[in-house]
Design a protein around this ligand. Structure first.
Ligand code: TXA
Ligand code: MG
Length: 327
């Protein structure tokens, strides 16, 4: 059992309490297979405003609506392209977010004034059960303050929000550990806006080649998750192919290492190995927890090893690149 780290936050598996809080337009942290989310009634502007305030998120950055199944798509979206339906059938419940034209009743607060809305069906038993018991979908961004690493455990969420959050629904460590992959449509053609825990290879195996537009002008991003510096530990982070060399060029620094498979030979005290067996899915699951851990050690710098550029390795390199100070 978890020790309650704070008397005012309830870390629980009690769906009744979560349901009641959501019905009262309060915010509940929910587990998903990707990362934890800060959920509120998607049809209530009162709840949506609370999410933005709690997360300190700028209002121009829209939220993802979580629905219980693909059948409920027409409740939130219109003019749904055939490929979107195919993708929903293939990958939902799962780590795929579709950006579609919004139903007129979807609040401008959720979509940041855009005429599109981001939607997914999360694949976590507790949260699916919760959605099934609710008469509305929930809007939920990742449960971290704007600009910080996404949380993959209830404890991470609590560390971020302390007693500002009444209920954290505890669904254990997230299975995937990295946010969903976001796909939008331009002239009915699928475009990947954010790399995530559904790999491009998996998507292409079902629908053929897709275009990725994951970098854009920081002043007008298509998906604000594309901002070049977004997933950020507070500790200066560097991404490299040659860890040993970078260690040597910083002799007097307190360093933490984020490594794929093997320890480096030198004596660096803090080394996080993402997957001893070299499995990219396992590495993805461990990535954010390892970043959280290193970030709490008061280090001068974190050196991350670039991962193989295939499957989820691509996604992780993209996240790490964005966590890196550009200098
Ligand atoms: O795995 C996930 O997607 C998690 C879990 C909780 O579901 N959620 C998540 O939400 O990562 P968030 O808010 O941290 O990231 C959602 C991204 C943001 O970059 C946002 O800008 C983008 O989705 N987005 C939302 N609505 C959009 C829209 N209509 N058009 C383009 N991008 C959109
Ligand atoms: Mg986020």
């Amino acid at each position: 059992m978890l020790n309650l780290p704070h008397p005012f936050t309830m870390i629980t598996t009690d769906l009744k309490k979560a349901k009641k809080a959501l019905q009262q337009n309060n915010i509940v942290a929910i587990p998903t297979e990707t990362v934890y989310g800060l959920a509120g009634n998607a049809f209530s502007d009162v709840a949506i405003k609370k999410i933005f305030t709690l997360k300190k998120r700028p209002l121009y950055n829209p939220l993802i609506i979580h629905i219980k199944s693909a059948e409920f798509l027409p409740e939130v979206a219109i003019d749904i392209p055939k490929i979107a339906i195919q993708l929903a059938k293939e990958f939902w419940p799962g780590p795929l977010t579709l950006v579609l034209k919004k139903q007129p009743h979807i609040s401008d607060l959720v979509t940041a004034g855009k005429n599109t809305v981001a939607i997914r069906v999360p694949n976590h038993p507790l949260t699916l059960e919760l959605l099934n018991q609710l008469e509305f979908p929930v809007a939920a961004p990742s449960a971290n303050p704007f600009g910080s690493i996404s949380p993959t455990t209830a404890h991470h969420v609590h560390t971020y929000f302390k007693d500002d959050l009444a209920i954290i629904l505890d669904g254990g460590a997230c299975e995937k550990g990295i946010e969903s992959t976001i796909i939008g449509f331009e002239n009915k053609l699928p475009i990947v806006y954010r790399l995530g825990s559904l790999s491009i290879e998996h998507i292409e195996a079902k629908i053929g080649n897709v275009v990725a537009k994951t970098h854009s002008d920081d002043n007008s991003p298509v998906a604000p998750g594309m901002l070049s510096r977004h997933y950020a530990p507070a500790t200066a982070t560097f991404l490299t192919n040659n860890v040993e060399q970078l260690i040597q060029s910083h002799p007097n620094k307190k360093i933490g290492l984020l490594l794929f498979q093997n320890n480096v030979t030198q004596t660096v005290e803090h080394q996080e190995i993402l997957s001893k067996s070299g499995n990219l899915n396992e590495a993805a699951k461990n990535l954010y927890a390892a970043m959280h851990h290193l970030d709490q050690l008061q280090l001068d710098m974190i050196i991350a090893e670039r991962l193989p550029d295939i499957g989820l390795g691509k996604t992780m390199n993209d996240k790490l690149q964005r966590a890196t100070k550009k200098n």
